[in-house]
Design a protein around this ligand. Structure first.
Ligand code: TGC
Ligand code: FAD
Length: 395
């Protein structure tokens, strides 16, 4: 059995947290150690999402944890929410993704753009895990450029008629409801992009799992097809309008990913330190060689910087001051350094580093998806480039 995770906190970031934030972190940490880490390797190899953990995650209040209590959510601040994402991804990026999609990409848009009736109808059942949701923005031909989407929602006498396809949709086949983004006006009219609540049992809606993934294997990823899907008038999120609406959901999810990636890096570092102290080669622990010490020093430095970055980002978010560009910087940096930490940890472990019994290779493979989704590393570079220069280099 893997030794118990001791935490990675070189700069006493703990000392900057409130008692409640620490308590939330410790509760989720213990749950991940006891329930997720022991089973995740096997699920990963089998390509299965650990569905049986959903009720426990709901019981802990992990879905939409930063949304208000009046809708059945935990009402936590954004730092506590970030710490939840950190601990979940310390277990596995796929499990953090499940919670991110449910909270930041499905519950958040219902809360931000939904009617009071929609909020009361969906949010409590999503917080309790009774209803699982997915978020359909990406299309087969429009990933980084969702403004060009072709999924269309046509107004009819009784409501809406949706046609189109969405690709790479996390939780797609498990979800009983999808938030689908579609154009309601002329196809070239970006302003017409609106969000729709689509129950998965609606005629014409189907989800098919995408097979053959070598990354994020403990997560369901699907293609959604919408063929003459008829929806009632009240299926639209009334306050959604323009690309800004789905992009603001992405800001919430990217915020959680910035924290989550630190969790994955902490898991890899912790494993690497343990291995470096116990694996003996040429008559001494490999941790006694300068090359391995340099690896570990680099990992700890980057993790510490990323932890401080997350905390200040969270404090800014709690003060209502955070900008999407600040979130982009954190997503971009933290996923990048986590990928490097996972790669170096994998290498330090030698041949054992390629086994599912250890964590580093699984995290490394997962982080390749995290690097690409929620805005690729390149897209966040361009977002920052535009913020710095005022010049658009996307097109
Ligand atoms: P652009 O003209 O820049 O923006 C249109 C309007 O939106 C505003 N805006 C944002 N608002 C909130 N948050 C953000 N992050 C925002 N980014 C832009 C912007 O101010 C503008 O507002 P207004 O009032 O002027 O209308 O739009 P663009 O078409 O040029 O696109 C910019 C670009 C390329 C950055 C954007 O399209 C983008 O971010 N592309 C990446 C797509 C992406 O990240 N997809 C993710 C899909 S979901 C997913 O991957 C889930 S993975 C599972 C998991 O999360 O775990
Ligand atoms: P493309 O946009 O085709 O990009 C290909 C390459 O070109 C990348 O390297 C990119 O950085 C580069 N590139 C693109 N534009 C530019 C440019 N202007 N300048 C320079 N380089 C550029 N989407 C959802 O809507 N919901 C989900 O739940 C969801 N879950 C996902 C789960 C997984 C496991 C994965 C892998 C993806 C998921 N996605 C989801 C989709 C994800 O958001 C997209 O894959 C991502 O936005 C990139 O789009 P793309 O794959 O089409 O790549």
């Amino acid at each position: 059995m893997a030794p118990k995770f001791q935490g990675v906190d070189f700069y006493d970031v703990d000392g900057l947290l409130s008692e409640e934030e620490r308590a939330v972190r410790d509760t989720v940490r213990a749950w991940v150690d006891d329930n997720l880490i022991p089973i995740i390797g096997e699920h990963y190899v089998e390509g299965k999402f650990p569905k049986h953990l959903v009720p426990q995650m709901a019981e802990l209040g992990l879905f939409g944890a930063n949304l208000p209590e009046e809708y059945g959510c935990a009402g936590l601040n954004n730092v506590a929410y970030g710490l939840i994402m950190q601990e979940l991804e310390r277990g596995d990026s796929g499990v953090r993704s499940f919670a991110s999609v449910q909270g930041a990409l499905v519950m958040y848009p219902i809360h931000a753009f939904g009617s009071e009736e929609q909020k009361r109808r969906w949010l409590p059942r999503m917080a309790s895990g009774e209803v699982i949701g997915c978020f359909g923005l990406t299309e087969p031909d429009y990933g980084s450029n969702p403004a060009a989407m072709i999924t269309v929602a046509k107004g009819t006498k009784d409501g809406w008629l949706l046609n189109g396809a969405k690709m790479w949709i996390t939780n797609g086949s498990t979800a009983s409801v999808a938030i689908v983004w579609a154009k309601t006006g002329k196809l070239d009219d970006v302003e017409s992009i609106r969000g729709f609540i689509v129950p998965a049992d609606t005629k014409g809606f189907s989800a098919k799992d995408q097979k053959g993934k070598l990354s994020l294997r403990a997560s369901d990823t699907s293609e959604l097809v919408l063929q003459d899907v008829c929806l009632p008038k009240d299926a639209i999120l009334p306050k959604s309008g323009g690309l800004k609406s789905p992009l603001s959901c992405l800001t919430q999810a990217r915020y959680g990913i910035a924290w989550g990636a630190v969790g994955a890096a902490m898991a890899c570092y912790d494993e690497a330190v343990g291995y470096a102290k116990s694996r003996v080669m040429f008559g001494k622990p490999i941790g006694g060689f300068q090359l391995q010490q340099a690896r570990l020093a680099e990992m700890l430095t980057e993790i510490t910087k990323a932890q401080l970055l997350c905390l200040q980002l969270g404090r800014l978010k709690d003060q209502g001051k955070v900008t999407p560009q600040q979130v982009s910087l954190a997503k971009r940096n933290n996923v990048d350094i986590a990928t490097e930490v996972a790669r170096e940890a994998r290498r330090l472990l030698g041949a054992n580093g390629i086994l599912a019994e250890y964590q580093a290779m699984r995290h490394l493979a997962n982080l390749e998806s995290v690097y690409t989704y929620e805005g690729t590393h390149d897209i966040h570079t361009l977002i920052l480039g535009q913020e710095i220069t005022g010049l658009n280099a996307f097109n």
